[in-house]
Design a protein around this ligand. Structure first.
Ligand code: ATP
Ligand code: MG
Length: 497
């Protein structure tokens, strides 16, 4: 018995045959009466054509359609006038489906190729019920495994080589995006030597799973210009009038007016943090207002400008804001070094309420990784997870939008990648970022038009919004570079708890 025949006997049931009109892309299949009920869209099939004895065609079923030769939609039948007759008469129903060809499996070499042949009419079609047979042909080194093909239980091997082309996860709320990313993080930690920094926007998606690796965001330092913009925003002071004064004051506050002292201060903090001692700074509302008003007057501002700053900061910002700045003793460098040492850091951003501060932390940490790249000129092997990405890199301007965009455009060479998740594609993610996501997982989508958006960058192989609407929790299509078949395969994400 040939190897090819052995596979056909083991892989699953023979369900039908190829009809007329096959191309190397799409193959019409007629389903045998006995198996019509077993068939649904997204199942995998193998087609065997005796003209190519050592090749098996692998396809995905789409556009399942039921027919009846006499009940044609545009032809008047007797049942229009006598609908009760339909239960008494015999109907000649049959089922056709299209198999979209994804690969040709070479049974001699045990490898998969692009499809270049069209199977002849009459070729036999087998349902893939035991997906493990496919693993012999679609081998991936150190494959990341986050789930199985929904119908065949084939563990889809995701190629970690393409992580550096970045990953997007999209789906309506509750579809399981965060759990899918959790599965991906675990696989990355197990199968690769990348370090991962997770920004947990709400503190409920990743923090509970990785308690030993959590750093509360309100312990992370933010740079003086970013403190200035946060104060302006919270105190309702216009940036055009107060921006310079605030930046100067914050910078002086941190450095004591001298650049070198900042470096000394940073070094001592790092040393203390590494020794397990965390020291606070010396921010206080009273002192800050004094310094700011003095600066405004000394730098030629009007008395009214200084008075307004004093009143507004006093009114809108309470002492706890300045106290919280005192808790911020960990420089972003510490987060990156910790991630490189321990392979994982989860930044609990729920500890900061202000979105501007959360964005500032993402920016500072991601820029710190770039600083390392520039300093050492060698790959850093770091992945950044940004869930709820609509808050960080949407089409509107954000503090950290540019550094995320730079990473997505230029990170690959330095093995510095990003995993983004959000409910929507358009609007939630900048066009230049979403167009650079090499691998995309998508489930039921929030907005019509989002699938079309994805279709602009990926071959969606005929997946329609109607097919997405049917998906349940944990069901995602995966398309793009990490999927060895590249075109969408429907997976059920493994149990993550
Ligand atoms: N792989 C999984 N294993 C176990 N439970 C899951 C899995 N995926 C989803 N769930 C269940 O569905 C719920 C929602 O999942 P998750 O939080 O990942 O969705 P989401 O798409 O990130 O939603 P949101 O857009 O609101 O953040 C989880 O709390 C969990 O109960
Ligand atoms: Mg989520």
């Amino acid at each position: 018995m040939s190897y090819c025949t052995r596979i056909l006997e083991g892989i699953g049931t023979e369900i039908g045959f190829v009809a007329s009109g096959a191309t190397a892309y799409a193959v019409p299949v007629v389903i045998s009466k006995k198996y019509e009920h077993m068939i649904s869209d997204e199942q995998l099939v193998i087609i065997h054509d005796t003209h190519y004895p050592s090749t098996l065609f692998l396809g995905v079923l789409r556009k399942l359609t039921r027919y009846e030769p006499f009940l044609r939609e545009r032809v008047r039948t007797v049942y229009v006038d006598y609908p009760e007759l339909i239960s008494e008469s015999e109907l000649y129903t049959f089922t056709n489906v299209v198999a979209l060809l994804y690969a040709e499996l070479d049974t001699k070499e045990g490898v998969a190729h692009e499809c270049i042949h069209a199977p002849f009419p009459g070729s036999k079609v087998y349902l893939v019920e035991r997906g493990e047979y496919l693993s012999k042909f679609l081998r991936v080194n150190n494959a990341l495994e986050v789930g199985v093909h929904k119908f065949s239980d084939w563990v889809l091997p995701l190629d970690p080589k393409y992580l550096t082309y970045h990953v997007g996860v999209f789906g309506a709320t509750g579809t399981g995006k965060s759990r899918l990313i959790k599965a991906l993080i675990d696989e990355i930690l197990k199968k690769t030597d990348y370090s991962v920094i997770v920004f947990d926007h709400t503190g409920v998606d990743y923090v509970p799973f990785y308690r030993d690796y959590v750093v509360p965001s309100d312990t992370i330092k933010i740079s003086p210009p970013l403190i200035a913009s946060v104060i302006a925003k919270l105190a309702n002071l216009s940036w055009s009038t107060y921006g310079d004064y605030l930046e100067i004051t914050c910078m002086e506050y941190v450095t004591g007016g001298k650049r070198s002292s900042k470096q000394v201060q940073l070094q001592s903090i790092c040393r203390e943090v590494n020794n397990g001692i965390v020291l606070g700074g010396c921010w206080s509302k009273k002192k800050f207002i004094e310094k700011l008003t003095a600066n405004i007057t000394n730098l030629g501002g009007r008395r009214a400008t200084a008075r307004k700053a004093e009143l507004f900061i006093d009114y809108y910002l309470d002492d706890s804001f300045f106290d919280s700045l005192n808790q911020r003793v960990l420089p972003p460098k510490y987060i990156v070094e910790k991630a490189l040492r321990e392979r994982l850091v989860v930044v609990d951003l729920s500890r900061d309420r202000e979105l501007a501060i959360k964005q500032a932390i993402v920016k500072d940490v991601m820029e710190e990784v770039w600083r390392l790249v520039k300093e050492y000129q060698r790959p850093v092997k770091v992945g950044i997870v940004i869930d709820e990405a609509q808050n960080y890199v949407s089409e509107e301007w954000s503090i950290c939008g540019d550094v995320i965009e730079t990473t997505v455009r230029e990170g690959r060479k330095w093995q510095y990648f990003v995993i983004l998740a959000s409910q929507r594609v358009a609007r939630d993610i900048r066009p230049s970022v979403r167009a650079n996501l090499g691998t995309v997982f998508f489930s039921r989508l929030q907005a019509t038009g989002d699938l079309r958006e994805l279709g602009g960058y990926l071959d969606l192989g005929g997946v329609t919004e109607a097919s997405l609407a049917q998906l349940g929790t944990r069901e995602f299509f995966v398309a793009g570079l990490m999927n060895p078949l590249r075109r969408p395969i429907l997976i059920k994400v493994r149990e993550v708890s």
